[in-house]
Design a protein around this ligand. Structure first.
Ligand code: TXA
Ligand code: MG
Length: 331
């Protein structure tokens, strides 16, 4: 299969046509690129699992471009769920609700719930509208690889497995949506993201944060190894630790790189020469650039040393991904 990359101008009709014919299409969102199929077409949804090599017991998020569709896809939507929807959609959030009968088991992986997301990316919205059906989509990477934040990341990973990638530039948020389960007594964050616990608590009063430990795997995907670059990665507790590890790795004949914020790199840079990727100045920039940096790092280097960004605001969501990528290894 040939994989094409087309823009919204020259590719929208083709994308909608592919979806209507039960095929898959990769599309950009503000978080990461998604691998979409008609959410009502069980056969088409199976193609997503095939293209990704994803286990069938891991449910998919359903993407919409109109708030009104929520009442077709979900039942028993609580007032607090409506508040979250009102406040954060369209945007980087996925809301878990009780599913309606329209959702095939292939999408929900047999659960009684469904994750719904309304992306803010204009290309995502145009694509979903042109398809005329809700779009089931996971991130557009093969299982266990890093999520893609550019069309080129997708091409590199999925070339030959998908017919079409819609071009949408670099994802502005950069990590996957916050997932909040609105079916539990206290709303529960199953995956942290750009919408932080504080932001949700302001709307809901109370929210259970993602603990990092999965006692019961409510987001089944969280039990799989995820977001891992092809080479080893560690988190450094401090600049000193990063530098010591960098030297050790160099001496062992490796080709290491340090991923960090600008201020951190400036402190390291004073007397030292080393390979690095500058992730920017704010936590939002770090979030936007982290996956892209991991993609570059795994292509050019063979050992990644990453700054510990702490747990303020979205930094803690970034660290959730970094800790997965490093398998929790710290120096
Ligand atoms: O930002 C995002 O959410 C991106 C873009 C493409 O929208 N999508 C994404 O999908 O990250 P995926 O499949 O890579 O991750 C979805 C996660 C998985 O861990 C899955 O287990 C969980 O959401 N999930 C999906 N439906 C669920 C449900 N009904 N209950 C609990 N967890 C669910
Ligand atoms: Mg994913």
């Amino acid at each position: 299969m040939q994989t094409e990359i087309l823009t919204i101008e020259n590719g929208l009709d083709k994308a909608a046509e592919l979806i209507k014919n039960g095929d898959v299409v990769v599309f950009p969102t503000e978080t990461v690129y998604g691998l979409g199929a008609n959410a009502f077409d069980a056969q088409a949804v199976r193609k997503i699992f095939q293209a990704k090599g994803r286990p069938m017991d891991n449910p998919l998020i359903v993407h919409i471009a109109d708030i009104k569709d929520i009442d077709k896809l979900a039942v028993d939507v609580s007032d607090s769920a409506r508040k979250v929807i009102q406040k954060f959609m369209p945007g980087a959030i996925t809301v878990i609700l009780k599913k309606s009968e329209l959702i095939p088991n292939e999408v929900s992986a047999g659960l009684s719930t469904v994750g719904i997301r309304f992306p803010s990316h204009p290309v995502a919205q145009a694509f979903i509208k042109a398809c005329g059906v809700p779009i089931a989509a996971p991130s557009a990477n093969t299982s266990t690889k890093i999520s893609p934040t550019t069309a080129e990341h997708v091409y590199e990973d999925m070339q030959g497995r998908v017919p079409l990638i819609l071009q949408g530039g670099s994802c502005q948020v950069g990590i996957e949506s916050t997932i909040v389960d609105m079916t539990t007594d206290i709303p529960t964050i199953l995956r942290p993201g750009a919408i932080t616990p504080n932001m949700l608590a302001k709307v809901l009063g109370e929210v259970k944060t993602f603990s990092g430990k999965i006692v019961v795997a409510k987001a089944p995907g969280m039990k799989y190894k995820h977001y891992a670059p092809d080479c080893d990665m560690v988190v450094a507790e401090s600049e000193e630790h990063a530098w010591a590890k960098y030297q050790e790795s160099k001496n062992a004949g490796q080709n290491p790189v340090i991923l960090a914020r600008k201020d951190y790199l400036d402190r390291l840079n004073q007397n030292n020469q080393f390979e690095y990727i500058n992730l920017g100045e704010s936590n939002e920039e770090v979030m936007r650039n982290i996956y892209s940096a991991m993609h570059t790092a795994q292509d050019k280097y063979n050992f990644i040393i990453c700054q510990d960004f702490g747990d303020e605001g979205v930094a803690s969501s970034v660290m959730n991904r970094v800790n997965k990528a490093s398998g929790g290894k710290r120096v």
